[in-house]
Design a protein around this ligand. Structure first.
Ligand SMILES: [Zn+2]
Length: 320
């Protein structure tokens, strides 16, 4: 049997055919074109899935389950996408709509949750008791796996780590609150802090790297300049690592997972980030004499969403 993993984001719909061992056999992609009626987006998800199956020489009847990762909140029981800001979806019957085009069992969960599930099965979390996956991108997403099961909480919002409050008078967040964790721990936060620092230090390598136009500063610009030893960029990077370690410590004191996996765009900084985080995190740890969560960089990259969605489908259809 094979499994279909669908990763639907604000830009693209990605569909992968995955075998029972988590190997990505063939994949396809279509533009999401946000703003269309949900029925059209879901029709394209179905068309993309059928196209991928045909190209791979598979029949619809070969598909044991379809898993879908969405950038929002899903209700596993009803197959509804309750809330999805990026897609503008509110109470969308994704399961029943998708089954009009491809009639196989459909399971839906948050995109970071399914990516975290993939990392917990095939990445650095393989065989672990418990793991927390963080996507450090435009925002901060979270995926929790406990005892081999994705944990989305009772109401499906249990891993919205990016919106944990961090500062009572902090930066305004897209969710409407102020001072959310993702305002300090995302790539967006590095960009904001980098641009401010560059303006304050026109003599810095960071300012020179953007040719004096700070709007061109990306997270990678800051990280590259910090790696090259620019003092201004390094101060921004250290501040970011501080925030991230506060967030990690919050996760550790609350959940004490065996492993915490860092994914998303910022994680491309690799060992430069990992070594800094491991060093700084020690200062925050409460029980200094006890072992604590291992911190790692994600291994599966951009395919984690598709693989995790498919593996979620596999898990639930086997249990059903
Ligand atoms: Zn928020």
């Amino acid at each position: 049997m094979i499994y279909l993993g669908i990763d639907v984001g604000g830009t693209s719909i990605k569909v992968g055919v995955i075998d029972g061992s988590g190997n990505l056999l063939i994949q396809g992609e279509a533009p999401t074109l946000v703003g269309r009626p949900f029925s059209e987006i879901i029709r394209d998800m179905g068309a993309c899935a059928l196209d991928v199956l045909e190209r791979g020489g598979y029949a619809v009847s070969d598909v044991a389950a379809i898993g879908v990762g969405v950038p929002g909140v899903a209700d596993q029981q009803t197959g509804m996408v309750v809330f999805c800001t990026n897609l503008g979806w509110h109470n969308v019957p994704l399961r029943t709509e998708l089954q009009k085009h491809i009639d196989r069992p459909v399971f839906i969960d948050n995109d970071a949750t399914v990516a975290g599930y993939a990392e917990s099965v095939y990445g650095h979390g393989a065989g672990s008791h418990s793991s927390v996956f963080l996507t450090l991108g435009t925002g901060v997403g979270g995926g929790i796996v406990i005892g081999g099961r994705p944990w989305s909480g009772f109401h499906g919002v249990g891993s919205e780590i990016g919106h944990m409050p961090m500062d009572i008078e902090g930066e305004h967040c897209t969710c409407g609150n102020d001072g959310c964790l993702e305002r300090y721990c995302s790539a967006t936060a590095i960009i904001r802090m980098g641009r401010q620092a560059a303006l304050q230090h026109p003599d810095s390598a960071l300012y020179a790297a953007c040719g004096g136009n700070v709007d061109k500063i990306e997270a990678k610009t800051v990280i590259d300049c910090a790696k090259d030893g620019d003092d201004t960029a390094m101060k921004v990077f250290r501040r970011y690592v501080n925030y991230l370690c506060m967030a990690l410590d919050g996760i550790i004191v609350f959940l004490d997972p065996e492993v915490i996996i860092l994914g998303g765009g910022v994680s491309k900084a690799g060992n430069f980030l990992l070594n800094a985080v491991r060093e700084r995190l020690k200062d925050y740890i409460l029980f200094k004499d006890l072992p604590y969560s291992r911190v790692e960089i994600a291994r599966l990259g951009a395919n984690a969403g598709m693989i995790g969605a498919a593996m979620l489908g596999k898990k639930f259809v086997e249990e059903a």
